[in-house]
Write a protein that binds this ligand. Structure first.
Ligand SMILES: NC(=O)c1ccc[n+]([C@@H]2O[C@H](COP(=O)([O-])OP(=O)(O)OC[C@H]3O[C@@H](n4cnc5c(N)ncnc54)[C@H](OP(=O)(O)O)[C@@H]3O)[C@@H](O)[C@H]2O)c1
Length: 276
């Protein structure tokens, strides 16, 4: 499908991959609806897109809040914004040993990565099927293909997104609504901000991820491993290898890898001293 004249809602559009997806969608002729919590960031991006001749709307919302998705859907309807392409990109990480990391942050990442995505998909997906066109892109992660010690909650949320997206794609086959999961590997964003974790040195740029994700969706692929050629190949391979190994072996291997990356020692860096 092409993007010209389509209305695309991008969640988590204020920065990182979501911002890059919104810019690229606008460049391809879509009217973008930018959603996140930080109004200022969204308004700045909308102004940039309009300056380039594009069309952008701003919806401020917290998708991790219990009534957040409902409020967003209500606002979209009140403003007459009928979404053709839903890009469920907003997501939060949770790195470090499960038991010693704050529970609240992990619960709120589940609320955003799982509940928020489900609720928006449920509400807007029904509209898409009624119209018999458009589609849904769920931004998952290569983390979703295996258990990941020291990113246990995050990987579990992305495994949910992977399984849910594949099942929904099959349920909607033949309706005219296309559903795709995108699985980036490490991407250079502010994803780990506020903690001592750092993004992997081979990380892709958000722009490379956005371009490939949208190309793959336009080709009606069911899965995208977006990024540079080298990382696309690596990420595809890392997604396949766990299917061939016992899950305990995979968990040991990913645990060892994450220890090498220092994720077993992650602490918050933006909390007042003494409160960690
Ligand atoms: N970076 C990576 O290495 C990587 C790799 C694979 C997959 N991914 C996935 O890619 C997606 C985007 O990640 P990113 O790296 O671009 O992250 P990011 O730079 O931290 O951006 C996250 C975006 O989500 C928004 N957001 C956070 N909490 C929200 C909430 N409660 N309600 C609404 N919006 C919220 C943020 O805006 P506000 O703070 O203004 O709300 C921001 O726009 C996520 O699903 C992530 O899991 C990332």
């Amino acid at each position: 499908m092409g993007y010209e004249g389509q209305t695309a809602l991008v969640t988590g559009a204020s920065k990182g991959i979501g911002r890059a997806l919104a810019v690229e969608l606008a460049r391809r002729g879509a009217r973008v609806v930018l959603l996140a919590r930080s109004e200022e960031g969204l308004r700045g991006l909308a102004a940039e897109i309009r300056d380039q001749g594009g069309s952008a709307e701003v919806v401020v919302g917290d998708l991790a809040a219990a009534d957040g998705p409902d409020r967003v859907v209500r606002e979209l309807r009140e403003r007459g914004l009928a979404v053709d392409v839903l890009v469920n990109n907003a997501g939060a990480g949770s790195a470090g040993p499960f038991l010693t990391r704050p529970l609240d942050a992990q619960l709120s990442s589940v609320a955003l990565n799982v509940d928020g995505l489900l609720a928006l998909t449920h509400a807007l997906g029904a509209d898409l099927v009624a119209r018999g066109s458009g589609g849904i892109i769920n931004v998952s992660s290569t983390a979703g293909f295996q258990p990941m010690p020291y990113q246990a909650t995050y990987a579990a949320t992305k495994a949910f997104v992977l399984s849910f997206t594949e099942a929904l794609a099959e349920e909607l086959r033949g309706t005219g609504v296309h559903v795709m999961a995108a699985h980036p590997g490490p991407v250079a964003t502010s994803f780990f901000d506020g903690t001592s974790a750092t993004i992997h040195p081979i990380a892709d740029t958000p722009e490379a991820v956005a371009v490939r994700t949208l190309d793959d969706f336009a080709r009606r692929r069911s899965t995208s491993y977006p990024g540079r050629v080298v990382t696309r190949t690596l990420n595809r391979t890392f997604a396949w290898v766990p299917r061939l190994l016992p899950r305990t072996v995979t968990a040991r291997a990913t645990g060892a890898l994450n220890r090498r990356l220092g994720l077993h020692e992650v602490v918050d860096t933006d909390l007042p001293r003494g409160s960690r």
